[in-house]
Design a protein around this ligand. Structure first.
Ligand SMILES: CC(C)(COP(=O)(O)OP(=O)(O)OC[C@H]1O[C@@H](n2cnc3c(N)ncnc32)[C@H](O)[C@@H]1OP(=O)(O)O)[C@@H](O)C(=O)NCCC(=O)NCCS
Length: 151
């Protein structure tokens, strides 16, 4: 098993949009976000983009990306390559984000994504409400509802 300490966390820059797009596509094949989608987050003048990329040896294997506005932050995307999941990298990334953001953090997660919900709750996030049909546009066959969670 990979030791989580072997994953180097790199502060995300705009140059990393291609790596994020690649990882996102492996994790969300039904909702691919292009490099341009990620670059678009940097054009939003109402928030600062903050995040980390997890590197194992020379490979980028996961990332977490958030937007910080005046008094709240939102997790925009969070993913670890399928072959590297379940080894502590997601927890390492989320922990890094939490340590560096001092305002309330919000996120949306599919009500069916039990592993992610378990991870968020174990880090102190609480379910605020259910957003019905949040994932409607994705054409998913399963539930389209999302929990809004807050730390
Ligand atoms: C959610 C995600 C980012 C978590 O990353 P990860 O590296 O797999 O997470 P961790 O290894 O740190 O594990 C976190 C917890 O979930 C459990 N877990 C995660 N993936 C698992 C797997 N494949 N099998 C078994 N348990 C798993 C772990 O047991 C751990 O709980 P524990 O520490 O209490 O044992 C990752 O699974 C992922 O990319 N999923 C697909 C994309 C996604 O759903 N993103 C979140 C959208 S809101």
């Amino acid at each position: 098993m990979l030791n989580k300490n072997l994953c180097e966390l790199i502060k995300i820059k705009k140059d990393h949009c291609e790596s994020m797009s690649f990882i996102h596509a492996q994790c969300f094949p039904y909702d691919i976000w292009s490099k341009q989608t990620f670059e678009g987050f940097y054009l939003d003048v109402y928030g600062d983009i903050i995040g980390w990329l997890a590197n194992y040896e020379d490979e980028s294997v996961g990332f977490i990306l958030a937007k910080q506005a005046v008094d709240t932050a939102d997790i925009l995307s969070f993913a670890v390559l399928p072959n590297f999941q379940g080894r502590g990298i997601g927890r390492q990334l989320l922990d890094q984000l939490i340590k560096n953001i001092e305002i309330p953090i919000f996120l949306e997660v599919s009500v069916e994504n039990k592993l992610a919900i378990h991870l968020y709750q174990s880090m102190g996030f609480e379910i605020m409400t259910t957003r019905r049909n949040y994932y409607d546009k994705l054409g998913s066959q399963s539930s389209k509802d999302a929990y809004l969670m807050r730390l």
